[in-house]
Design a binder for this molecule. Sequence first.
Ligand code: GRF
Length: 197
Amino acid sequence: MIHLGFLASHGGSNVQAIIDAIKKGRLDAEACAVISNNSGAKVLERAKSEGVPHYHVSAKTAGSPEAADDEIISIFKKHGVDTIVLAGYMKILGEAVIKAFAGRVLNIHPALLPKYGGKGMYGKYVHEAVLAAGEKESGPTVHTVDEKYDKGRILAQKRVPVLPDDTSETLAERVLKEEHKIYADTLQKISTGEIVL
Ligand code: GRF
């Protein structure tokens, strides 16, 4: 069983999907803690109603980006986290955190990396770029995080069609649906040892 620590900035529908998979017995993991840099994030409410310890940590609350990293590390260590799950975390994760959980920081990106990743490629901008390029397919990528965002090892991808009348919203919705499945499925493969981090 793996012990998950989540970092998320907004809605946290991926965090919810992973918690639901645990509850349904599809994922052999424990949701140990949720941290958000945003005090008003819905993900904190979700954690509260699921009984998962949750924290608001930002450079502002901690005093500096480095102090925030230290706090993130100590919260996750305190709760026995062995694997960090980024789910819509809008901050660049500090090197200290990446080092403390070396090779065990995961992210989900809403496009088929290595395409449409990197600087400025988040949220609707990803889907807008996919549509502007006339791609016929898109879909989520689960990958490990190292010091360079969106550049880690690709662990899983799922292709979905891009339809002729898609907007960034309809495409985002189709991709997000698959994110909810593929993130939990990939974590389960890590838990069983089918994927070795
Ligand atoms: C997802 O589209 C994910 O790919 C991206 O941020 C979004 C998070 O959505 N990294 P949610 O907060 O999990 O609903």
